[in-house]
Design a protein around this ligand. Structure first.
Ligand code: UD1
Length: 332
């Protein structure tokens, strides 16, 4: 039998992590997920739970990881590549609790890198963010745009990028860091006040609740669909493309929040009312990426246009609501 590469996905029960698990499993790899289920859900992985190539370990990257790694290796063999998503993912939470953010996003990542170094892991993928850029950087932002994070979250993401470079130089670690723009799609949780705008607006549109637009709605974002992101992660993780590079991942398409809202209301056939409120503190006005480096190094061409991605996400939101209602009905 031919050798099946074994990949560890930290944070694999979360939004982008679980889609990456889907891509890696569909490509025939052996996949282990390490997740503490703090913001991830087992339901995101339910299709794989009983699959012989899949293994789940409940562990926290801020804690002691030796036994978790030992269990993973005992079950599925040597870890060859790591996709590292496990993190505290909310910018506002990082502002309220910078120490907690450092513990998860910096110290937790350092543990993963130390494991990779000592165990000769072939390649590490790191989920970075456009939050590392200066708010005043002219758009579109390129990888050369000025880095000046305005949150502990962004500072920790940028610090990890420096660590990756340091590990590459000193220990020969191979990595790719992708700086994500605004990722959206099925499994994005709309429940908290810092959730992504698309998950919140779809939820409101489907339930007919009012939609709150901060500022005048003419601020822009670059929305990239989660399966395009997951494919890019799997491509770079499993090949030499993007080796030791840091690359923006978006679509290069700049969309206003007003345009986004109109499309969502139209697709959902929703009569939700709109409320305009003052700008959210710290919000940037315009955000969109250049595509040159992603195209050149990864041959990255996002396949899902915004309207199609919104359509698919809307279908998921409706299905998820039906499932939740059925679950609470059967629990009652
Ligand atoms: C997003 C990421 C953040 C990342 C940053 C980098 C999410 C949830 N956050 O922040 O992790 O660091 O990109 O660029 O993906 N809005 C409304 N009404 C709402 C909610 C939001 O009008 O109810 C507006 C906001 O004011 C903002 C836009 O929608 O202008 C996008 O907001 P959001 O989805 O929270 O993402 P970012 O702030 O861009």
């Amino acid at each position: 039998m031919s050798h099946v590469p074994h990949i560890l996905v930290t944070g694999g029960a979360g939004f982008i992590g679980s889609h990456t698990v889907d891509v890696l499993m569909n490509r025939g790899y052996a996949v282990s997920v390490l997740d503490n289920l703090s913001t991830g859900y087992m339901t995101n992985l339910e299709r794989w739970e009983k699959h012989p190539r899949f293994h789940f370990v409940n562990a926290d990257i801020t804690g002691e990881l030796t036994s978790a790694f030992a269990r993973i290796v005992a079950h599925s063999g040597r870890i060859e590549r790591i996709a590292h998503f496990a993190a505290q993912t909310a910018v506002p939470v990082s502002m309220d609790d910078p120490v907690g953010d450092i513990q998860a996003n910096l110290c937790g990542t350092a543990r993963i890198l130390e494991y990779a170094r000592h165990n000769k892991v072939t390649k590490v993928f790191f989920a970075s963010s456009s939050a590392i850029y200066d708010d005043d950087a002219p758009v579109p932002v390129s990888e050369e745009s000025r880095a000046r994070p305005m949150s502990p979250y962004g500072i920790d993401k940028l610090a990890v990028e420096f660590y990756l470079d340091y590990y590459a130089k000193l220990y020969g670690l191979t990595y790719t860091a992708l700086r994500f723009m605004n990722v959206y799609g099925p499994r994005q949780d709309p429940k908290s006040w810092y959730s992504g705008v698309i998950s919140i607006f779809l939820d409101r549109a489907v339930t007919g609740q009012p939609i709150t637009i901060f500022d005048d709605g003419e601020q822009t974002r670059d929305f990239v669909y989660v399966t395009d992101v997951a494919e890019a992660v799997a491509d770079t993780l499993m090949s030499r493309s993007g080796d030791n590079a840091i690359i923006n991942i978006g679509t290069g398409v700049e969309v206003t929040i007003n345009q986004l809202t109109r499309t969502i209301l139209d697709l959902a056939g929703s009569a939700s009312t709109l409320r305009y409120e003052p700008p959210r503190p710290g919000d940037i006005r315009r955000s969109v990426t250049t595509m040159e480096k992603a195209v050149e190094l990864l041959n990255f061409h996002p396949r899902v246009a915004l309207r199609d991605g919104l359509h698919a996400t809307l279908a998921w939101v409706r299905q998820d609501k039906t499932r939740s209602a059925a679950r609470s009905g059967s629990a009652a």
